[in-house]
Design a protein around this ligand. Sequence first.
Ligand SMILES: Nc1ncnc2c1ncn2[C@@H]1O[C@H](COP(=O)(O)OP(=O)(O)OP(=O)(O)O)[C@@H](O)[C@H]1O
Ligand SMILES: [Mg+2]
Length: 255
Amino acid sequence: MSAILEAKNLGKVFEDKKRGEIHAVRDLSFQVNRGEIFGLLGTNGAGKTTTLRILATILQPSSGTATVAGYDVIQQPDRVRASIGYLTGDTNLYTRLTPRELLTYYARLFGMAKGDIATKIEELSERFELQEFLGTKIGKLSTGQRQRTSICRAIIQKPELMIFDEPTAGLDPISARHIVEFIRESRTAGRTVIFSTHYLREAEKLCDRIAIVHDGTLRAMGTLDELLAESGTSDLEDAFFHFIELDREAVAAVV
Ligand SMILES: Nc1ncnc2c1ncn2[C@@H]1O[C@H](COP(=O)(O)OP(=O)(O)OP(=O)(O)O)[C@@H](O)[C@H]1O
Ligand SMILES: [Mg+2]
């Protein structure tokens, strides 16, 4: 299997005036293979967003390297960006544009032909049930409608790799299902997704392989069966707690 993403010994240290040095990501190494759905599973503050931001070239790592679609995230950020569709957790962007304007803008940025753009927007808005809202300013949309708009923006140019940061966080079951089903279809279509989540069920249902991160470090990685076998447990929740080496009560407060 060929890797579309390779992270080697990634590290990120933030200098925070009040908190001092924060090691958000420590020595993180993993690969994502083409055609696979790969989940980064971890509690709040585990380092998921920081890792995905490095891979999406929004942040530079403090140490280590990563390549996406064969391009180096530090040396060739433009090439990396052209190869990915990045969904941030921040849906407060572009509030003054309508979904149609936003999608048109991104499609042009990626050099799509005018005729193709209209067709593509039609197709995506139908897929994500956004037709009614295409002409409404994003600032006036609900969280779920915004998130669906953001997904459409991230995938409009059919990226080689989709990087989704907590794609279903804060969404109702209907909006979440749209996104979960989309990720499932992507697998059927042989596309590649790396996404972060703290929902165990979501990781269990969707991922070919799961990386459990905690406190910036990789605690375990493998298929669900491999994680269960390695931890000697029979469900992902028990395996998760086994790997992060915390008792349930301490973790219940943060998951
Ligand atoms: N710009 C920043 N400056 C200082 N500290 C930061 C910055 N960004 C993240 N951190 C810290 O790095 C750590 C990891 O944060 P990160 O956002 O990557 O976690 P996460 O796994 O995405 O958590 P969540 O599930 O809450 O989204 C946290 O301790 C966070 O406070
Ligand atoms: Mg996060």
